[in-house]
Design a binder for this molecule. Structure first.
Ligand code: KIV
Ligand code: ZN
Length: 511
């Protein structure tokens, strides 16, 4: 058995599936590019049959990203497998089809109304169909951790003899405990015929907060692929956080002896930040590895110890995972070339038009702020690459507020209905419970879209009183799903209005 633990990233599929984390094509592509720089072994880019958008995203990632294997998800259904095959085809030899089918009693009886034999037959047919398209087929008995062990062995054997090359045994509902999940791997690997010819994979959800522990238990019992997402995003309580799995294996090399990873560690923080910005999910401050406090020591005794020898209180070197690698900041005097070089270094691939737009924003911010740091720049780029057609744009905003004043906003918006029709300007004024509320209510009056603000976050992108404020909003416009909007600028009321308009434009783009 090889001792490399492959990292299978499903941020763009299982991660993106969670409400409010959806990304558009361009955002997914930026995440995929960064995952390739991180040297993830597999990128699951989406579930192609689900929608045209998912299909296009998987196809685009399969076309543009080189290095990792590109996987597309499919149920054991012909149309799913055919769609996944077409979407991953541009990846050539690096294409993988990942088929799954519920195998636990509860899934068999209530989801499918089918007996074990029928489920077995569907799994075999699904794997065989996928193998007609690609050599690399992963099979997942969904809800494996709640499947009877003897049936699990049987279906795994059948999938292997049908041609599966990776067997993933998910803890779909986050029900397993580490001992139980590890034992399940030990048992199946010891008893399923052909187990020595395939790679076993762990896929854990975090409903009981044990996704990472369960993944590591599976590795100890023979799994050599771990599936998860960056920052642990995902449905409900999320998936196993890959950065935690990676750093546990890396840091506890004494315990996980001989195991190794192909990951480029110093890309971890950058990847976490990009995913957070692209899907609008903030990382909690005390999150292991990538939270802002992960390496902040406030206790005097700790600080003293660290100054004497870092290892007294630090088990990982923050620099090794990409913390604190700061370049000299840019200023308003920096030219287009300097900004372009820095953006390239940060990993952004922008068109000339996008570069121009970012440069214009950079100059405006440079006038307001003494230094423009890498994180500031990244926030400006994110605004430009959200690729949402800007039907409504902010032209003018004036807000008055104070402890003796009724907060009042005057807003002027530009409306562009299509490339051919000239844009028109609409203006209104309104009051609210505070300056942000007044601005957003006035925007509602102008656009005619009534949004209910479900969530509002503001974050200083860098330190200092002149820091860029990044605002993320989650808005319910009465559709199936809440819409996320984001924007960054040095004025937090303006950033709030822009973020809200970003959400309005996103909902209009969805149609
Ligand atoms: O959690 C799960 O079971 C899944 C499968 C599709 C692998 O995401
Ligand atoms: Zn899952």
């Amino acid at each position: 058995m090889s001792n490399q633990v492959r990292i299978f990233d499903t941020t763009l599929r299982d991660g993106e599936q969670c409400p409010g984390a959806s990304m558009n094509l361009r955002e997914k592509l930026e995440v995929a590019r960064q995952l390739a720089r991180l040297r993830a072994d597999v990128i699951e880019a989406g579930f192609p049959v689900i929608s045209d958008g998912d299909f296009e995203a998987v196809k685009k990632v399969a076309t543009e990203i080189r290095g990792p294997i590109i996987a597309g998800l499919a149920r054991c259904v012909a149309k799913d497998i055919d769609a996944a095959a077409a979407a991953v085809k541009p990846a050539g030899k690096m294409a993988r089809i990942h088929v799954f089918l519920g195998t636990s009693k509860i899934h068999r009886e209530f989801k499918f109304g089918k007996a074990q034999d029928e489920i077995l037959r569907l799994a075999v047919e699904g794997v065989k169909r996928a193998r007609q398209y690609v050599k690399d087929v992963e099979f997942s008995p969904e809800d494996a951790s709640r499947t009877e062990l003897d049936f699990l062995v049987k279906i795994v054997e059948a999938a292997i003899s049908a041609g599966a090359t990776t067997i993933n045994m998910p803890d779909t509902v986050g029900y397993a405990t580490p001992e139980q999940y590890g034992d399940m791997f030990g048992h199946v690997i010891a008893n399923a015929k052909g187990a020595e010819n395939v790679i076993f994979s762990a896929h854990c959800h975090n409903d009981l907060g044990m996704a990472v522990a369960n993944s590591l238990a599976a590795v100890q019992h023979g799994a050599r692929q771990v599936e998860g997402t960056i920052n642990g995003i995902g449905e409900r309580a999320g998936n196993a956080a890959l950065e935690e799995v990676i750093m546990a294996i890396r840091t506890r090399g004494d315990y996980y002896q001989k195991l190794h990873l192909g990951i480029k560690m110093n890309e971890i923080v950058k990847t976490s930040r990009l995913v957070s910005r692209m899907c609008g999910f903030l990382v909690q401050r005390n999150k292991a590895i990538v939270g802002e406090n992960a390496f902040a020591h406030s206790a005097g005794i700790h600080q003293d110890g660290i100054l004497k020898k870092r290892e007294t209180y630090e088990i990982m070197d923050p620099q090794e995972i990409g913390w604190g690698i700061t370049e000299l900041p840019l200023t308003k005097h920096s030219g287009r070339h300097a900004m372009a070089v820095r953006l390239k270094h940060l990993g952004f691939a922008l068109s000339d038009k996008e570069m121009e737009a970012v440069f214009a924003r950079f100059k405006t911010i440079g006038d307001k702020k003494k230094f423009v740091y890498d994180d500031d720049l990244a926030a400006l780029v994110d605004d430009r690459i959200s690729e949402v057609p800007e039907v409504w744009t902010l032209d003018y905003l004036s807000v008055s507020s104070g402890n003796q004043t009724v907060p009042t906003a005057t807003v002027r918006l530009k409306h562009t209905s299509g490339k051919k029709s000239p844009s028109e300007t609409r203006q209104d004024a309104g009051i609210g419970d505070g300056p942000v509320d007044a601005a957003l209510k006035t925007i509602d009056r102008i656009t005619g879209k009534r949004g209910k603000l479900l969530d509002y976050h503001i974050r200083a992108v860098t330190q200092g009183k002149d820091a860029i404020g990044e605002v993320t909003v989650k808005v319910d416009f009465g559709g199936k799903e809440a819409v996320t909007g984001k924007a960054s600028t040095t004025d937090i009321i303006e950033a709030s209005a822009r973020a809200y308009l970003n959400a309005v434009n996103r909902v209009l783009a969805k149609g």
